[in-house]
Design a protein around this ligand. Structure first.
Ligand code: KG4
Ligand code: ZN
Length: 360
């Protein structure tokens, strides 16, 4: 083995061998492979985005996503190895997203990872995509204080989780209908801003006034940590249709700013309430929508107001990537009683996080 680390690192004053995890992520519209050392240090994180292929359709077309993953997955893995300066024989284990996500897209990553694991006799670690998003916060860090509260906001999920230790998740609340990212994507589409909608809304909102429209505060003041974005989305779409019907110009920037604010306000409202009820040691943000500047800013404000430690991944680690999958896989592999998956591993489109306890 070539790679030794010597010194007074976090493991003390002795010599140890690093573990290199190859992460593979193909759950939606990014083909990604990464090499992560000891679950923390990113040696490479290659992301082949399919945005341009799906743009003409205004959203992800599952069949196109699967075919693009198939074409890209091996070159992306090779590039991850080359960038890290490693060969497959120096990889210790493979972590792969096996759900939730698009079944055909997931199958490409799972099948590729199984083939490499079989050929190279490497342990195969199945990773839940949402758990991967949470572990984006561990990259580049020695540790995160526990218990922590984690707000995960992506295109398919909006969850508030309380985590006492890695692998044990108390689910405080989730969306009752659309995910936050999904509502941004749909409103952006009706506004003609294209796909993906979240970044487009953020861009358009820069020139807008968030107080120009008054969207309702959904489920606020109620005894729940759940979210709901479909009513907000419908209210925004009705407004847009109204402008179209009366032949008036749509105030795109103001609508984008006000809608973005309504989404962020709701996310902050539940997080604020949970911080007060559970008094965790830290607050974590994760998921694609965590790339949003307004949300990031409001989370920082909230954490500072509550005097609590907070962690927000850098933007590229918020949206889908394989480094977060490698990190989550590494941490799972270190848990007592961990057993690698065998070759019956499948893709699970609705996979819940294991160790998830529903509050209700
Ligand atoms: O985590 P992710 O990359 O994929 C899923 O697991 O769903 O999240 C994608 C979601 C999309 O809804 C996208 O519009 C949203 O994240 N998103 C953003 C931003 N960047 C991505 N939403 C708001 N502002 C952004 N800058
Ligand atoms: Zn994601």
């Amino acid at each position: 083995r070539l790679h030794y680390v010597v010194g007074t690192g976090r493991r003390g004053d002795f010599v140890f061998m690093s573990t290199y995890t190859l992460g593979v992520e193909t759950s939606c519209d990014e083909t990604s492979a990464a090499i992560v050392q000891d679950g923390i240090t990113i040696l490479s994180n290659i992301i082949a985005s399919q945005i341009d292929c799906h743009k003409p359709f205004g959203g992800v077309v599952p069949e196109i996503a699967s075919r693009k993953h198939l074409a890209n997955v091996l070159p992306v893995i090779q590039k991850a190895l080359d960038t890290a300066g490693l060969t497959l024989s120096e990889i210790d284990q493979i972590a792969v997203t096996c759900g939730p996500g698009l079944v055909g897209a997931l199958l490409v990553g799972v099948t590729t990872a199984k083939a490499i694991a079989y050929a190279r006799k490497l342990p195969l670690i199945p990773v839940n995509h949402i758990e991967g998003h949470i572990f984006a916060n561990m990259l580049g860090r020695d540790a995160v204080s526990t218990p922590f509260l984690c707000l995960t906001v992506s295109g398919g999920h909006t969850d508030l989780l309380l985590v006492h230790k890695s692998g044990e998740y108390l689910h405080l609340g989730g969306t009752r209908d659309d995910a936050a990212g999904e509502s941004l994507d749909k409103v952006a589409r009706v506004l003609g801003l294209g796909y993906p909608g979240g970044p487009a809304i953020e861009q358009a909102a820069l020139a807008g006034d968030p107080s120009a429209f008054d969207f309702p505060a959904v489920l606020s003041g109620q005894k729940t940590y759940d979210f709901s974005f479909s009513g907000l989305k419908t209210a925004a779409i009705n407004l847009i249709n109204h402008y179209r019907q009366v032949g008036q110009e749509i105030p795109i920037a103001n609508l984008a700013a006000a809608f973005q604010k309504a989404v962020v306000d709701q996310l902050i409202d539940r997080t604020d309430k949970a911080l007060h009820e559970y008094s965790p040691a830290a607050l974590l943000l994760s998921g694609g929508v965590a790339a949003n500047g307004t949300l990031r800013q409001e989370i920082v404000r909230l954490a500072e107001r509550c005097g609590i430690e907070y962690y927000i991944p850098e933007r590229v680690l918020c949206t889908d990537n394989a480094a977060m999958i490698a990190s989550a896989g590494y941490h799972r592999s270190q848990m007592p009683g961990f057993e690698a998956a065998d070759l019956t591993l499948n893709a699970y489109p609705d996979l819940p996080i294991s160790g998830l306890i529903r509050r209700r």
